[in-house]
Design a protein around this ligand. Sequence first.
Ligand SMILES: Cc1cc2nc3c(=O)[nH]c(=O)nc-3n(C[C@H](O)[C@H](O)[C@H](O)COP(=O)(O)OP(=O)(O)OC[C@H]3O[C@@H](n4cnc5c(N)ncnc54)[C@H](O)[C@@H]3O)c2cc1C
Length: 310
Amino acid sequence: MVFDNLINSVNRKFFMFLSTNNKIKNYVMESDFCNKVAQRWIAGVNLPEADTVTKGLNLENKLVSLDHLGEMVTENWAAKDSAYEGIGIISHIYNNNLEANLSVKPTQLGMDIGPDICYDNMKMVLDTAKHCDNFVRMDMEGSAYTQKTIDVFKKLRKDYDNVGIVMQSYLYRTGDDIDDLLKIGSNFRLCKGAYREPKNIAFPKKKDVDRNYMELSEKLLLSGQKQAFATHDKVMIDHIKQFAKDKNVSRDNIEFQMLYGIRRNLQQELVDDGWNLRIYVPYGNDWYPYTMRRFAESYHNLLFVLKDVF
Ligand SMILES: Cc1cc2nc3c(=O)[nH]c(=O)nc-3n(C[C@H](O)[C@H](O)[C@H](O)COP(=O)(O)OP(=O)(O)OC[C@H]3O[C@@H](n4cnc5c(N)ncnc54)[C@H](O)[C@@H]3O)c2cc1C
């Protein structure tokens, strides 16, 4: 256990460093080997490939959230392009009767250019989603974006009920944010958090992140609103199931979520047991930061991929 924690801590620092290093990114993205490694978690480079994966998952009774990879956009045209891609995905889901919705990163829609740009682009995507009776979730990125993302979300909530947000249990502030956002009726995805954060704003120890995840999940389960729990951690999942049973929370209000390609057995177990499960399916060319964050989460991911590739 101590050994496991130590390796994971070194692993996390190393891959979080790589996830933001552009020189290494360029080198890695040109390598055939690394492209093969990325395929374990990426559904393909284009929408037709993601569509094939989505249909396969739907046949197994798994819902999907599609994510067109991309983040940290700094040009207006590129942010608009991402919004059009989102609109294309929503239309494709509608036209093909897929059991899927959309996840987007605020910086993909221009948050770095300005919150108003992100808001305008989100509105475009949400209008199409509303028309197609679908839902869009704003992913949560590093802490520099937490407040800005919440502000844009609150503004959008005034006009849309088909938008959701993500909360991270590693941040100290999250309990208060959830209390605040529950007042306006919010559909959350609760996760542990995937970015490198300083200890003045985030729990440095995994056991505290896990404890907070359990406490926050209870708060969400008691909210009476539909909520999503994104984790591959069986301890968290079992806690949510037990708490829901004890407090008579309807299964309809609970959706478990996992990442494409991670813990497939556990995914199947949940579905076989009759729980709602949504798989987050990323696709596109910009797979580098996403893949490095998966390596940072657990050295198991690195071992599994190496085993697969060889
Ligand atoms: C659907 C979804 C959406 C997400 N969206 C966001 C977001 O918007 N913002 C954000 O910051 N983060 C997001 N994340 C990432 C999240 O914050 C965590 O970094 C990630 O899910 C790992 O945390 P965990 O809860 O799975 O638990 P961990 O504590 O990392 O892992 C739990 C246990 O799962 C097992 N495990 C993990 N990986 C494997 C594997 N490959 N094979 C076998 N066992 C394994 C290990 O036993 C491990 O102990 C998302 C995650 C999911 C599932």
